[in-house]
Design a protein around this ligand. Structure first.
Ligand SMILES: [Zn+2]
Ligand SMILES: [Zn+2]
Length: 358
């Protein structure tokens, strides 16, 4: 594709609930290690919808018009002079955050914690709902022939799940409870199965999501009740046949009652990982954490090796990300797709790039 004659139409958030399309200049390669990519598909994330509705997430505030989107696949159209691993025509999953590579966290291998991170569609940085995008070649992951470009757009949320399940150190034969059956919760459950967990319990408040989880990857599902966290936890463990508690509990909901339940579901000496983001401060059952000597960890985006493993899990048929795609819309219908995600009637919507024929 010739970027000079193609569209660089972009989907831009001006302010809360105010989006427009605008044709922006095609970016040029700024570094010999960069590649220029034509964006093929972009998934809509909960964070994109949150910016659209509220204009901010925590201290990230949209002050200038910002292009949305960060879950993309693309096709390489041009490579910088130092790029040896990619060539024009290669299909890739696009990792959308670029760390400084020089700070303490970067040099210790935890680049997701880089304070200088430039992450797509996190203000003040533009996102990937656009025609063309430049990225360092080592943040573009070549898709094997067996992985489609639509699956390629699902690598980003899958990498989030890979990072969470790695934080939980899930091992073969273990039991894992995942609170929340949205896209990331479902993918965590699938990755835990792929890592060899023999019991994987999906917990949510919406029965239809649990039905899907059971057909997708979970061995058990439980509809959370509006009862005390201890009681909810006891019911989950009884249903799943885990009298001693779960080896690992992942909260992929961010909801206070789920987090409280998590601490009562985890076994003595087990691991609890917080993946979901909800309210900044909650009431937390810290006594359970202490008495059971629980290992508690946070999880933020993804780091070394997570994208690569996500691609391999899809290529090997271990996580069928296609099943999470509820629909694919042309670029001009991006706002409708955002509405569908906001209304919660879909799992994952993909938006085709502006040069993509669907
Ligand atoms: Zn996302
Ligand atoms: Zn850094």
């Amino acid at each position: 594709m010739d970027p000079k004659s193609a569209s660089n139409l972009s989907f831009i958030l001006n302010k809360p609930n105010d989006v427009t399309f605008a044709d922006r200049p095609v970016p040029t390669l700024a570094d010999a290690h960069d590649v220029l990519v034509a964006v093929n598909y972009t998934g809509i994330c909960g964070s994109d919808v949150h910016y659209w509705v509220h204009g901010a997430i925590g201290h990230y505030v949209v002050k200038e018009p910002m292009v949305l989107g960060h879950e993309s696949s693309g096709t390489v159209v041009e490579v910088g002079s130092a790029v040896k691993t990619l060539k024009p025509g290669d299909r890739i999953a696009l990792e959308p955050g670029y760390p400084c590579r020089r700070c303490g966290p970067c040099l210790s291998g935890k680049y997701n914690l880089c304070p200088e991170m430039r992450f797509a569609a996190t203000p003040p940085y533009h996102g990937t709902l656009t025609g063309f995008w430049t990225a360092p070649a080592d943040f573009c992951y070549k898709l094997p022939d067996a992985v489609s470009l639509q699956e390629g757009a699902m690598i980003e949320p899958l990498a989030v799940a890979v990072h969470i399940v790695r934080q939980a150190a899930v091992a073969p034969g273990q039991s894992v409870v995942v609170m929340g059956a949205g896209p990331v919760g479902l993918l965590c459950a699938a990755v835990a199965r792929a890592f060899g967990a023999s019991t994987v319990v999906s917990v949510d408040i919406v029965q239809s999501k649990l039905d899907f989880a059971l057909s997708f990857c979970a061995t058990h599902a439980y509809a959370s009740q509006r009862v005390a966290a201890e009681e909810n936890a006891a019911n989950i463990l009884r249903e799943a046949g885990l009298p001693d508690g779960a080896d690992a509990v992942i909260d992929a909901s961010g909801a206070e009652p789920s987090i409280q339940t998590s601490l009562h579901v985890v076994r003595r000496g087990g691991t609890y990982v917080q993946g979901g983001m909800g309210r900044a401060d909650i009431t937390f059952p810290i006594m359970a954490l202490c008495l059971k000597e629980v290992t508690a960890k946070g999880s933020f985006r993804y780091g070394s090796g997570d994208y690569k493993l996500a691609v391999e899990l899809v290529a090997a048929g271990k996580v069928d990300v296609k099943r999470l795609v509820s629909g694919v819309v042309p670029f001009r219908e991006a706002e409708d797709a955002f509405k569908k995600v906001k209304e919660g009637e879909v799992i994952k919507m993909l938006i085709a790039g502006p040069n993509e024929k669907i």
